[in-house]
Design a protein around this ligand. Structure first.
Ligand code: HPA
Length: 246
């Protein structure tokens, strides 16, 4: 059975309910990953959990060593990766509290180590990213949602911004014109690095606020934290169902 990697984002710095857990660090050619890798059994499946921002949550999105994270997960045997990402909602259906399973990405990030294929190559490699998330894994997540009665938005385009600041209203208006439904700071280059290593990767996005300019109000940490709590509870109900299907 393949080991399932789980990358926890904001709101999910540790995974409760792991049995026979062991912790390790993994050497990578790209330096240090975000923190301890915790391997254990979760719902009778072997999983390895990594907190993307570290535990405690101290690594901002643009400083995350995405290459080391994905490399380390692959080194310890993960073949499939479920990423949990907190996001802002751009389109009207993406209200706080919604969980969405994105199927597309637009990348607005810059300056992040974003490929494994740059040095010491015998030939240049261009990996196909037409469908950046694993369709099989997305389908299973959606089925798990049906099974446990958690409603999920089955499609969305994720716009990845650089952070750590939130966006301006004009940036969000532009992203909406571009076709983005969601905005987050951590979806890239994580997704395409997983693709470069041929790992099945999908994301469960937790909408924790309306994106900048979508309400008359500023985006506050109180709002974000309120919805992070609600969404994380739903994700923790979804995960066991999903692991049953994998
Ligand atoms: N923008 C970018 N990233 C985010 C947001 C947002 O509004 N909310 C949570 N992560």
């Amino acid at each position: 059975m393949p080991i399932i990697g789980i990358i926890g984002g904001s709101g999910l710095a540790s995974l409760q309910g792991l049995s026979d857990a062991s912790q390790r660090l993994q050497k990578t050619p790209y330096g240090e990953h975000s923190g301890i890798l915790t391997t254990g059994n979760f719902n009778d499946r072997k999983v390895v959990f990594l907190a993307r921002h570290g535990n405690p949550h101290v690594i901002p999105p643009h400083k995350i060593n995405y290459r080391a994270n994905i490399w380390a997960l692959r080194e310890v045997g993960a073949e499939k990766i479920i990423a949990i990402n907190a996001v802002g909602g751009i389109t009207a259906v993406m209200q706080p509290g919604v969980l969405a399973i994105p199927d597309q990405i637009i990348d607005y990030t810059w300056g992040r180590g974003h490929t494994f294929f740059e040095d010491g190559l015998n030939n240049v490699v261009h990996v196909d990213c037409t469908h950046p998330y694993s369709s099989d894994l997305r389908r299973l997540i959606i089925r798990a949602g049906d099974t446990c009665g958690i409603s999920l938005m089955p499609q969305a385009t994720y716009g990845a911004t650089q952070g750590p600041r939130l966006e301006t209203a004009a940036e969000i208006a532009r992203m909406e014109r571009d076709g983005c439904d969601l905005v987050g700071m951590t979806g890239m280059p994580e997704a395409t690095l997983a693709r470069e290593l041929d790992l099945d990767y999908a994301s469960v996005c937790m909408v924790v606020n309306r994106a900048a300019g979508k309400t008359g109000d500023m985006i506050t940490m109180e709002i974000i934290e309120k919805y992070l709590g609600n969404c994380t509870t739903a994700v923790m109900r979804l995960l066991p169902e999903l692991l049953n299907l994998l």
